[in-house]
Ligand binder design. Structure first.
Ligand code: GDP
Ligand code: IMO
Ligand code: MG
Length: 423
């Protein structure tokens, strides 16, 4: 049985958590393949709103296995807090929550290095979530990292100490003042590691290979979005992992020829949190209105998200890079009441009209070219069937589908699990 992928096509926060929760029942296993606690995946159902950071978004469904893959970086402290927040739901974690032995650990000093690196950059800062993501992936590729599997060996604390000491020396190199009490941070860390140890670890690639042989249905859940990909995103304003489809191969050990459907999620408009170029960003009342109605505040940091019109040039790039087979459009309900909607269909790049993503999409090189649509006044948040939608909404959807040459198979019209229209 092939593995289906679900990933964000913009700058993250497209609504991955919600959709994974909605479609989980079709699967036996949900596996996160990259990122870490920089992610904030929101699920709403039965009047409950819940944000997950490391744990896959299938966790609320009985009998389904949720696997944290080798490509994920885990902060035991945040992981422990996530488990505590899940405690009231009395979820059976045994045999249902698994962690890859090859997943790397975020140390307290990784978080400090993240903070120091950002502070030293001044105005050029990435706008990192400061969860230690960049420094942890640097140690992974630098072959210095500490992995979950190391915790099974007696010498893990020595390895920890050597790495933490190195980090302390590195911190001194940054020309910035970072206040910290390492003793306190380590106490919290070691306590959390003990909690992490109670979670079942697996050789996740082998686990998934075996599952596939037994015809189990697997959904791979991405974090962040394609435009934050370390290779294909708006570098250097990106995260430190491959957020695109290839990341599922390396982050889970899924062979490329074992990938089935690739579900690409996008918002009906665009948002970005943190620094970096955003050609269709709005600085007017429309942008403010999107942010307000869409409740565009980061699920991890609470920072306001920048808002803008849908960018089809960037979206097409993401569809191509990921090999998206089905699109899922989120938050169309937020656009109700806009008299006119704009969609970017081309860029003016250094004086030339282009429809591909150029090397730089910074303001000085790129001006978006738009086409306008009539908006819809109707509240669509209660729509149950596709024919319930106003014609102007359908025209918007048709245009996007046509431009991207990929079907939109799900339309989401609100944060709740039930506010989902399958076409
Ligand atoms: P993720 O990181 O991709 O899982 O997305 P986030 O959870 O960070 O952000 C998506 C936000 O939009 C959350 O607050 C969701 O509850 C909310 N949301 C998801 N789908 C919809 C939708 O169709 N309409 C509205 N209005 N909100 C939605
Ligand atoms: P989910 O999975 C939105 C952004 C940060 C920053 C950049 C680098 O919820 O969609 P990092 O902490 O990785 O060093 O930050 O990436 N970023 C996200 N933006 N959604 C996310 O995750 C993000 N994870 C990281 O704001 O600009
Ligand atoms: Mg999010």
């Amino acid at each position: 049985m092939a593995v289906d992928l679900l990933l964000g096509l913009q700058w993250g926060d497209e609504g991955k958590g919600k959709i994974v929760d909605v479609i989980t029942q079709k699967y036996d296993i949900v596996a996160r393949f990259q990122g870490g606690p920089n992610a904030g995946h929101t699920l709403e159902f039965d009047g409950i709103k819940h944000v997950l950071h490391t744990i896959p978004s299938g966790i609320f469904h009985k009998g389904i296995v949720n696997l944290v893959g080798n490509g994920v970086v885990i902060d035991p402290v945040i992981f422990k807090k996530e488990l505590e927040k899940l405690a009231p739901f009395q979820i059976e974690m045994k045999d249902h929550l698994l962690i890859s032995r090859k997943a790397h650990l975020i140390l307290p000093t990784h978080r400090l290095l993240d903070a120091a690196s950002e502070a030293s950059k001044g105005k050029a800062k990435i706008g990192s979530t400061l969860k230690g993501i960049g420094p942890t992936y640097m140690d992974k590729t630098g072959r210095n990292g500490l992995r979950v599997g190391d915790l099974e060996f007696k010498d893990w604390k020595q390895k920890y100490r050597a790495l933490a000491l190195k980090h302390q020396e590195m911190l001194a190199f940054f020309n910035v003042e970072i206040q910290y009490d390492l003793k306190e941070l380590e106490e919290e860390f070691f306590e959390a590691v003990e909690v992490l140890r109670n979670i079942q670890t697996v050789d996740s690639e082998q686990y998934l290979i075996n599952a596939m042989e037994r015809d189990k249905k697997i959904l791979a859940e991405g974090a962040q979005g394609s435009l934050l990909d370390i290779d294909f995103g708006t570098y250097p304003f990106v995260t430190s992992s491959n957020t695109t489809a290839a990341g599922a191969c390396t982050g889970l050990g899924v062979a490329p020829n074992k990938i089935g459907e690739v579900f690409g999620i996008f918002k009906a408009y665009a948002t970005r949190v943190g620094s970096g170029p955003f050609p269709t960003e709005l600085f007017d009342d429309d942008g403010v209105k999107m942010g307000k109605i869409g409740n565009e505040f980061g699920a991890t940091t609470g920072r306001p998200r920048r808002c803008g019109w849908l960018d089809l040039v960037a979206l097409k790039y993401a569809v191509q890079i990921n090999g998206v087979t089905q699109l899922i459009m989120m938050k169309g309900d937020v656009l109700s009441g806009f008299a006119k909607l704009k969609v970017c269909t081309a860029y003016n790049y250094k004086g030339e009209k282009i429809t591909h993503l150029p090397y730089s999409i910074e303001k000085e090189y790129v001006t978006p070219e738009y086409i306008s649509f009539d908006g819809w006044k109707e509240d669509i948040s209660k729509a149950k069937n596709y024919h319930d939608f106003p014609d102007t909404f359908k025209q918007y959807v048709d245009f996007i589908e046509d431009y991207l040459k990929t079907p939109i198979s799900i339309v989401s019209v609100g944060p709740d699990r039930t506010q989902t229209v399958i076409r």
